[in-house]
Write a protein that binds this ligand. Structure first.
Ligand code: PMP
Length: 549
């Protein structure tokens, strides 16, 4: 029996041979073969640094590692996924694969992302429009009614919708796919990471397809990496319309780097932060009389304002770009959630000025041949705490530091633990100290000093001075070589690394019998001392007569 994909694909596509995604050079694996097959230039590019090292060579047509990473990220099989130049490219690919110019159509639910109709028009495909309700809600019945007779080849459902933020209930998408068996129903989940509805990737198959992108949630818009997730037969047909090497090697490398295991907790933290910031912006903007309605969804807000022309003038004067969307609503404006400073500038255009001091936050990645570390710290929030050093006991100790220090800490490391914990332990301390130092910023209003605590028979005392001058002193000894996989001789070394990278003085004194208690006492007391040192009192002055710390 002829399959749905075969039935819907353009005859020209069916006539093409399948794409050779492996592009094996005469059977020899790429990378290890002598490549005289692709008319490349044999010389390394004249670009400084290692990032561009092999750009004289074509990339793999569908890089195996990237396809596997994306499949893992989204929860599908690599054969169900085609990596594209942004999800824009996936939209274009689908339309070129399935729509016969002058004959076929696509359907969209307006107002929505403009690229669906644009690519359709370029291909000579008609555009059938259903609409959101007057309240900008999704109406599955109206969508089915618009498509049932017209039988568009493709129906694009953007969820949550750009620009209105409207979510589409996954149950509605599935019902639509069932009601329109001769249409490929494409859920564009460009912003799904910021939504409360689950992804439809687990349901992909038959006539249900999903688009995903790294541009929004993973901060890789400039890399231009997205993907189509569909039944393998649809993937195979769409791949025939793909250019031979669609993805630049620099983008492939940057993506694999940005999606490495130790980066993922930071991504999760950033996504959660953007959602929280979006909702906080919405509640602040609700007090502004010129804003008639606010919707949220994705990493943006959709506002309806009374006088868009006046707003445009104020924005131009402030050098801020928002996206006006008069087709969606007469006063429709889409506002992307930015950094704290960018959001504050946007709020100021609506007459809302900040009275609180800027947040004390730092993020850093630190990579060497021995360790790869990603850290995020927020001194003004106590959650989240997510620590993955690879050494259970060290996780526990750093969790003590953050919990007793009263700050949020997301830290993950991929290290050469198969050699020894030393590199990971030391580099993590260095990275943590550097992040703390960065988050402290100008140090205005902080306290400086220290803390002592008992832990059963142990007395641990930590004094710190966030002085800008590195110094460390450790007074104590351990009888056992390690506690929970953490070598005890690394404990003084950790405090020394922290003192060096935080540029502060740390004096630790610990006495007692049980080494577990002693180590834990040091970290807890350090956390408590940090809490005192980092806390911002009412005053904005520097706790130094020198005027600089
Ligand atoms: N889908 C939607 C709904 C979008 O808003 C966008 C970009 N604004 C895209 C797809 C394309 O994103 P990219 O090509 O960067 O993956």
């Amino acid at each position: 029996m002829i399959s749905l994909a075969q039935r819907l694909a353009r005859p020209e596509i069916l006539a093409l041979p399948p794409t050779d995604t492996a592009a094996a050079a005469g059977g020899a694996p790429i990378g290890r073969s002598i490549k005289l097959d692709a008319n490349e230039n044999p010389f390394a590019p004249l670009v400084a640094g290692s990032i561009a090292a092999s750009v004289n060579r074509y990339p793999e047509p569908q890089p195996v590692a990237l396809r596997q990473r994306l499949a893992d990220l989204y929860g599908c099989a690599p054969s169900q996924l085609w990596a594209t130049r942004g999800s824009d490219d996936a939209i274009d690919l689908l339309i070129r694969t399935f729509c016969v110019p002058g004959t076929d159509s696509i359907a969209i639910v307006e107002p929505t992302f403009s690229a669906y109709a644009q690519f359709a028009r370029v291909q000579g495909a008609r555009v059938i429009s259903a609409r959101l309700t007057d309240d900008l809600l999704f109406d599955a019945e109206a969508v089915i009614a618009a498509c049932v007779d017209a039988k568009p080849k493709l129906l694009f459902l953007c969820t949550p919708n750009n620009p209105t933020g409207t979510p589409v209930d996954p149950a509605d998408v599935l019902a639509i796919a069932r009601a329109l068996p001769d249409t490929l129903v494409v859920a564009d989940e460009a912003y799904i990471e910021f939504a409360d509805t689950p992804s439809l990737v687990p349901q992909v198959g038959g006539n249900l397809l999903v688009l995903r992108t790294l541009s929004k949630a993973y901060g890789l818009a400039g890399a231009r990496i997205g993907c189509l997730i569909a039944d393998p037969e649809i993937i195979e047909l769409a791949s025939r319309a793909s250019p031979p090497y669609p993805l630049p090697s620099l983008s492939i490398a940057a993506t694999l780097d940005a999606l490495a295991a130790e980066r993922m907790p930071l991504h999760a933290e950033r996504i959660a932060r953007l959602k929280a910031d979006r909702d906080a912006l919405a509640s602040r903007l609700r007090a502004v009389p010129e804003i008639q309605s606010i919707r949220t969804g994705g990493n943006f807000l959709f506002l309806e304002v009374a006088d868009p022309a006046a707003l445009a003038q104020r924005l131009a004067a402030a050098g801020i770009r928002l996206r006006f969307r008069p087709n969606a609503a007469p006063g429709g404006v889409r506002v992307t959630v930015g950094t704290e400073a960018e959001n504050a500038a946007m709020l100021a255009v609506f007459g809302l000025t900040e009275t609180t001091r800027p947040g004390r936050r730092a993020e850093l990645v630190r990579d060497t041949k021995e360790t790869r570390i990603a850290v995020a710290i927020d001194l003004d929030r106590s959650e989240p705490r997510s620590i993955h050093t690879g050494i259970g006991f060290y996780d526990h100790m750093l969790d003590q530091v953050a919990a007793h220090g009263g700050f949020s800490l997301t830290l993950a490391c991929t290290g050469d633990l198969e050699i020894d914990p030393h590199h990971s332990v030391e580099d993590i301390a260095l990275a943590l100290g550097a992040a703390l130092r960065q988050a402290l910023g100008d140090k205005r209003g902080i306290g400086r000093f220290g803390f002592a605590l008992p832990m059963d028979e142990v007395r641990a005392e930590v004094l710190i001075d966030l002085s800008g001058r590195p110094f460390s002193k450790f007074d104590g000894h351990f009888d056992t070589p390690e506690v929970g996989g953490l070598p005890t001789q690394m404990v003084p070394h950790i405090f020394r690394s922290l003192a060096d990278s935080m540029a502060c003085a740390i004096h630790v004194k610990v006495e007692g019998d049980n080494d577990h208690h002693k180590v834990e006492g040091c970290f807890k007391a350090f956390g408590r001392a940090l809490r005192m040192g980092l806390s911002v009192g009412g005053s904005d002055t520097l706790p130094s007569t020198k005027g600089v710390l």
